[in-house]
Design a binder for this molecule. Structure first.
Ligand code: ZN
Length: 198
């Protein structure tokens, strides 16, 4: 029997309007996801909900060196420093996740000492890799949402598919940085990798 997880990727203040690495539309995604999670019918499709957070302590070249301009592909402005306000999940969504009492919630943190775009590079607070925790829950399918479609959502979805999970990206609940890159992913990149787009 299929068992499905919803993975909410990096819906953190630093990736939303006003944040250190703002993605236009981030707050909209946070609010839409919060509303969806409060809808029993939406939530009933899932056996597990996962949140991932970029959680940097000293991620090396992921942060542009002081005095240097980030290239916004490999190097980025300082963002999502562990324990900082910018690393918090947007309150409304965090409240909605806390309100889930029908299925387990798995919190995953990534990027402590190096860049980590995929949630599958992250670990729970007791250091368990996400894939192990999903397997323990018998998960066969994952839906991926969050920020940003062309970076962490993409890498999380590709990684999930590579791990043998039936993977879908939820376009209504994801937002990207570069529109042409997102369009290319939806049209070609995801389907070629076996990732469904809905
Ligand atoms: Zn980062």
């Amino acid at each position: 029997m299929a068992r499905r997880a919803l993975i909410l990727v990096d819906v953190q203040y630093d990736f939303c309007e006003g944040g250190a690495l703002a993605v236009a539309g981030g707050l909209d995604v946070a609010h839409s996801l919060a509303a969806a999670l409060r809808d029993e019918e939406f939530l009933s499709a899932y056996d597990v909900v996962v949140t991932t957070q970029d959680w940097h302590i000293d991620p090396g070249e992921h942060f542009a060196a002081p005095g240097e301009e980030p290239d916004f592909r490999v190097s980025w402005p300082v963002h999502c420093v562990a324990e900082s306000d910018g690393a918090r999940i947007v309150d409304e969504l965090a409240d909605a996740v806390r309100g889930i009492d029908t299925v387990p919630v798995i919190e995953v943190f990534k990027g402590h000492y190096a860049a980590a775009y995929s949630g599958f590079e992250g670990v729970t607070d007791d250091d368990e890799p996400l894939i192990d925790r999903l397997r323990a829950h018998g998960i066969t399918d994952v839906d991926v949402a969050g920020i940003a479609t062309d970076y962490c959502v993409k890498e999380t979805a590709l990684h999930a598919a590579q791990a043998g999970l039936r993977t879908t990206v939820l376009t209504d609940f994801a937002v990207g940085i570069r529109a042409p890159d997102v369009a290319e992913l939806y049209a070609d990149g995801f389907p070629a990798a076996g990732v469904l787009v809905r």
